[in-house]
Design a protein around this ligand. Structure first.
Ligand code: AMP
Length: 319
């Protein structure tokens, strides 16, 4: 599953990306998180982007594209990914398409979260994060039960991100309108854009997303019996797929390849048995035929020998 989430800051992409990552077992790759981590670890990258981020402006395309690509190439992204906050400009989207093209793993969907701009502002300005465990709250929509105290870890450090302050929020919304909103047209032109109503209960929104994902990306998998153990060999998976029951082994690219191979074989009208098994069966039949032939020859030889012996006896008796 290879998806990007689009939408204004505060539209709920991050929250939904986490839920999607949990359900579909793919990593959530958040460009904002990657950069914030670099800032908090004081890496070279962090030092370069810290002040830009605090102002609410966008980091340069090259820097962020390289950081995200590194994650896309990692092992954990083999099964797919949910990209959150990237791409944010047309050049980033073009770079993403190019790099995924090199990896032969094109993007499948762009989910756009539509939301009333007034709600967007309130969501961003009201956002609070626990400095200890990362749990998120919103002053207006989802405050913690006890004011100023994290419900998850009890910490009293509920903080506002520097770029969620008034002046930075304005800059981020401007950057969104100017640089990111054109991506809606970009992905629509590729027929990859799907719109999700971003207002309402978190679980309701998640349900809408899953409906889209399950019908658009995983049509094959609606017939799927997921094998959770992952112990079956690949040829077993092929047998089951070609035998009518479609089995998805969650092995990412390998699985896509396997499903593709079986589909091609079925389209070509090949026998539904995997090549390996077919060859083995042929060998067994051949072996049996040879054994039969040898046994027959032995019987004929024995009979001839017995006949000869009987004839000799008769000659001896007569003489
Ligand atoms: P976010 O958490 O996605 O709102 O991102 C926080 C900040 O990180 C943004 O305001 C930008 O300064 C920077 N940032 C994150 N993603 C990108 C991106 N794709 N392109 C440029 N800057 C980004």
């Amino acid at each position: 599953m290879r998806i990007v989430l689009l939408g204004a800051p505060g539209c709920g992409k991050g929250t939904q990306a986490k839920l999607m990552a949990g359900k579909y077992r793919v990593p959530q790759i958040s460009s904002g998180e990657l950069l914030r981590q670099a800032v908090s670890e004081k890496t070279e990258l962090g030092k370069r982007v810290e002040s830009i981020m605090a102002s609410g402006e966008l980091v340069s395309d090259d820097i962020v594209t390289d950081a995200v690509t590194e994650r896309l190439r990692s092992n954990e992204s083999k099964r797919g990914f949910v990209l959150d906050g990237f791409p944010r400009t047309i050049p980033q989207a073009q770079q993403l398409d190019t790099r995924l093209g090199w990896m032969n793993r094109p993007l499948q969907l762009a989910l756009y979260f539509s939301l009333d701009p007034a709600v967007v502002v309130k969501r961003t300005l009201g956002r609070l994060e626990c400095a200890k465990c990362g749990a998120s709250y919103n002053r207006y929509f989802s405050p913690p039960a006890k004011r100023g105290i994290c419900e998850h870890c009890g910490s009293k450090e509920l903080v506002q991100r520097p770029d969620d302050r008034q002046h930075a929020v304005r800059a981020r919304l401007d950057a969104y309108e100017q640089d990111t909103a054109p991506l809606i047209t970009y992905f629509r032109a590729q027929h990859k854009l799907r719109t999700v109503e971003g207002e309402g209960d978190i679980q309701d929104i998640f349900k809408r997303i899953c409906e889209i994902v399950d019908t658009e990306i995983r049509p094959l998998e609606t017939k799927v019996i997921a094998i959770e153990t992952g112990r079956e060999s690949r040829s077993d998976a092929l047998t089951l797929i070609s035998g009518g029951k479609v089995v998805r082994k969650d092995t990412g690219a390998d699985n896509d390849k396997a499903v593709g191979q079986v589909k091609r074989r079925l389209v070509a009208g090949d026998s539904q048995k995997p090549a390996g098994k077919k060859a083995t069966k042929k060998k067994v039949v051949k072996k049996k035929a040879v054994q039969k032939k040898v046994a027959k020859k032995k019987v004929v030889k024995k009979k001839a020998a017995r006949k000869k012996a009987a004839k000799k006896k008769v000659v001896k008796k007569k003489s």
